[in-house]
Design a protein around this ligand. Structure first.
Ligand code: SAM
Ligand code: SF4
Length: 337
């Protein structure tokens, strides 16, 4: 092990992990208010000048792809579909050499309308978040009565060929934790791949409670009441989801057990916030300011150097179970989930 960050090559940390998967938050704003993510009144949003411009985003993604070995780019937020320049950003990133794979994590609102243009711009696939199939529950959980729009968004994404489509679901005790089998039936019927995500301590209101969290174990037990699950023989690699074959396959279901089954040892993520900060981990309490460097005139080599240094400092694990764990100051919506 060397003592200092490498001066060239990819995004390596001191534990030997290599980050090739970049999550880019395009905005901290959102048109839903999921209770596990944001308070009803929203949050103090980033001011316009704090946000990276479309050109700045493309420049930084270009540094990651051309100089730092990033091969996967996922746009997220907040809600990425509300960023006006989204299709142009996707097109510019799709024109990079070597072309990265490009995906989007979205709540699905407006996706029915936007999917064809995003597909044409070069978007490869989408993850759509959907926690319940019951309209009244959806309205309570997201504080907006928009279930029909999400379902239309999913259908629009499928029609536009943004496949394979994955659905992200967070289960909350006493809210929607009885819906795991129904969500899986829905996903199987439409050919979507469902992944459950354990609720994480990243909400702005600091309401997360380890004892109340629905665990991966509980999710699997609930699914087994309706389905036969067998371990997926496919290589997991750096994927956060553990997957199971459903009723003999080929359909699969995934569980992302960030809290009870951490996968930090295989993590290959690096993150760029909407205001141009690099984060080596969702749960990092440190950030590295690329926006300031970029606006101060740094060249691509200098931006790459800073990104490598930020990655080198990545911690071994998220430490949620450590009594000294500190929730990061930024909530999930401002980091980019
Ligand atoms: N707005 C988009 C969406 O909802 O898909 C993208 C951003 S959202 C922060 C990304 C993912 O993070 C969503 O699937 C959401 O359910 C998940 N998420 C948000 N807060 C979470 C939390 N506290 N624990 C676990 N997952 C969370
Ligand atoms: Fe918005 Fe996504 Fe957070 Fe829900 S989870 S409030 S859709 S950013």
């Amino acid at each position: 092990m060397t003592a200092a960050a490498p001066t060239d090559g990819g995004l390596v940390d001191r534990y030997g992990r290599v980050a090739r998967d970049l999550r880019v938050s395009l905005t901290d704003k959102c048109n839903l208010r999921c209770t596990y993510c944001m308070p009803a009144e929203g949050l103090p949003w980033l001011a316009g000048p704090q946000l990276l411009t479309d050109d700045e985003i493309v420049r930084l993604v270009g540094v990651a792809v051309r100089l730092l070995g990033v091969t996967e780019v996922r746009f997220t937020g907040g809600e990425p579909l509300i960023r006006p320049g989204l299709a142009g950003i996707v097109a510019a990133v799709a024109a990079l050499e070597p072309r990265p794979r490009i995906s989007l994590t979205t709540n699905g609102l407006g996706l029915d309308r936007l999917a064809p243009a995003l597909r044409a711009a070069g978007l490869d696939r989408v993850n759509v978040s959907l926690d319940t199939l019951d309209a009244a529950r959806f309205a309570r959980l997201t504080r907006r009565d928009r279930l029909a729009d999400v379902l239309a968004g999913l259908a629009g994404a499928a029609a536009a060929g943004l496949t394979p489509i994955k659905i992200n679901s967070v289960l909350m005790r006493g809210v929607n934790d009885d819906e795991a089998p129904a969500l899986l039936r829905f996903a199987l019927a439409h050919g979507y791949e469902l992944r459950f995500i354990e609720q994480m301590p990243l909400d702005a209101q600091h309401g997360w409670d380890r004892a109340a969290m629905v665990t991966a174990e509980e999710i699997l037990a609930a699914l087994r009441t309706g389905f036969d699950l067998a371990p997926d023989p496919a290589e997991r690699g750096a994927a956060p989801a553990e997957t199971w074959l459903v009723d003999g396959g080929p359909a699969r279901v995934g569980v992302i057990g960030t809290v009870t089954r951490p996968f930090c040892g295989d993590c290959d993520r690096t993150r760029l916030t909407a205001d141009g900060q690099v984060r080596a981990c969702l749960f990092a309490t440190e950030e590295s300011d690329l926006r300031g460097a970029l606006r101060g005139g740094a060249d691509d080599a200098e931006l790459a150097r800073r990104w490598r240094a930020a990655t080198w400092g990545k911690r071994a694990g998220h430490g949620i179970d450590d009594p000294a764990f500190l929730q990061p100051a930024r909530p999930m919506s401002a980091i980019g989930g």
